[in-house]
Design a protein around this ligand. Structure first.
Ligand SMILES: Cc1ncc(COP(=O)(O)O)c(C=O)c1O
Length: 418
């Protein structure tokens, strides 16, 4: 993985300089876009949670050419670009196999199918995540067992997990939420002690490092989403599973293609979950820049942190250590926890600044899971965070001016303690 630094420029417009992460031709495109943006940006403009157009424009000519190439070759299903992307993603993340699939939800389901989860088997996971995590568990007939979250990282509190392990427990499914890695050392110790498999939900953590290793390479199978707003986003749905295990890789490839290794020879009942060739073409253009994009996100998070440090609200940890292990988050979201969330939401809204609540209803409180065993249990940290969390805009191109626009509003609503 190439370590590329992105820094916030200190000048009047102060754009995040991810240009230095990009090769020459792309840098020119990016700089043109920045010039254009300087002219059109005004404080009245709506500030979105994520600016997908800015990201597209930065790489426009390369992306357009890659898509045009697919259209010319018309090899739309499982073509050369899917294969190439799989090889490049595996190399980038540092794992033996990366296998494209249709979306992140399918990635989770394929992982659980490949691990031969049976109806009634239990999978420990977090109630503070997008519903897809638990949906995938239920799709294979298994049962999600929720474990409350850590109050700092908002990921599964692994110290609470052991007491949830029973005879039917087969797997642990940590989610690296908001791009913050889970305590994987603790997860692995637990898995070893109880003979459990580990599936990592990396939908929000492409490029995040735990002890120098990429999330998605720390358990049995890593599951990624390339939903457009993700750190590495396609221009539609896309997903991927990763593993170091050759046998699991064979099974994963088989399950995503109707249970077949050879066309019309079906060994198991699988599904149709392929990464689209056009999406693979776009992802191949973006992959070499993901380190720069993630570095720019970290710079935005650091700038938010500096400007909000004295306020009575909880900020996400920057690069830190978890149980002595170095962590490098990728800030898919920058999420605050504060007492009066609604007052801040309204103030941001008035100033045409987007904000979002990820997630307002924990999974054990979702109507869809009513009546499921264990859903009446309390998960106090999750419930407290779900009532108080608010995510601010974060994307690689967010400028210093825009960051200040956001933090000025936060500071006008949240009083500095006397
Ligand atoms: C934590 C988490 N898991 C799984 C998914 C599912 O990914 P997809 O939308 O690609 O199916 C998402 C996507 O939003 C997610 O955030």
């Amino acid at each position: 993985m190439s370590g590329v630094t992105g820094a916030i420029e200190g000048g009047a417009a102060g754009y995040v300089d991810i240009g230095q992460a990009l090769p020459g031709a792309v840098r020119v495109e990016m700089n043109l876009h920045v010039q254009e943006k300087k002219q059109i940006m005004s404080t009245d403009e709506t500030l979105p949670m994520v600016d997908l157009r800015a990201n597209y424009r930065a790489l426009k000519s390369s992306i357009d050419a890659a898509v045009a190439d697919v259209l010319e070759k018309t090899n739309f299903i499982m073509g050369e670009k899917v294969k190439a992307f799989e090889a490049e993603a595996a190399e980038h993340l540092g794992c033996a196999h990366a296998i494209g699939c249709a979306n992140g939800t399918d990635a989770l389901q394929l992982a659980l199918m490949a691990l031969e989860l049976q109806p009634g088997d239990e999978v420990l996971t977090t109630p503070f995540t997008f519903i897809a995590t638990a949906e995938a568990i239920m799709a294979v007939g298994a049962v999600p067992v929720f474990v409350d979250i850590d109050p700092v990282t908002y990921n599964m509190d692994v110290s609470l997990a052991a007491r949830k392990i029973g005879p039917r427990t087969k797997a642990l499914l940590p989610v690296h939420l908001f791009g913050q890695p889970t305590d994987m050392l603790a997860i692995r110790e637990l898995a070893t002690a109880h003979d459990l498999r580990i599936v990592e939900d990396c939908a929000q953590s492409f490029g995040a490092l735990y002890d120098g290793k990429a999330t998605g390479t720390l358990g049995d199978i890593g599951c990624f989403s390339f939903f457009p707003s993700k750190n590495l986003g396609a221009f539609g749905d896309g997903g991927m599973v990763t593993t170091d295990d050759d046998e699991l890789a064979v099974r994963l490839r088989m399950f995503r293609a109707h249970g077949s290794e050879r066309r019309y020879h079906h060994k198991v009942v699988g599904c149709n979950s392929r990464l689209d060739e056009i999406q693979a073409a776009i992802l191949r253009v973006k992959l070499p820049h993901i380190e720069g994009f993630n570095e720019a996100r970290r710079a935005v998070a650091a700038a938010y942190d500096e400007r909000l440090r004295d306020l009575p609200l909880q900020r996400p940890p920057l690069a830190h250590s978890l149980g002595g292990v170095p962590i490098r988050p990728v800030f898919h979201q920058y999420t605050l926890v504060l007492e009066d969330r609604e007052a801040l939401r309204e103030a941001l809204d008035e100033r045409r600044i987007a904000s979002a609540v990820y997630y307002p209803i924990p999974l054990h409180r979702q109507e869809a899971f009513a009546g499921m065993p264990g859903v009446d249990e309390r998960h106090p940290v999750t419930e407290r965070v779900a009532e108080r969390c608010l995510s601010l805009p974060i994307f690689p191109e967010l400028s210093t001016e825009q960051i200040e626009r956001v933090t000025d509003v936060v500071r006008s609503v949240v009083a500095v303690p006397a």
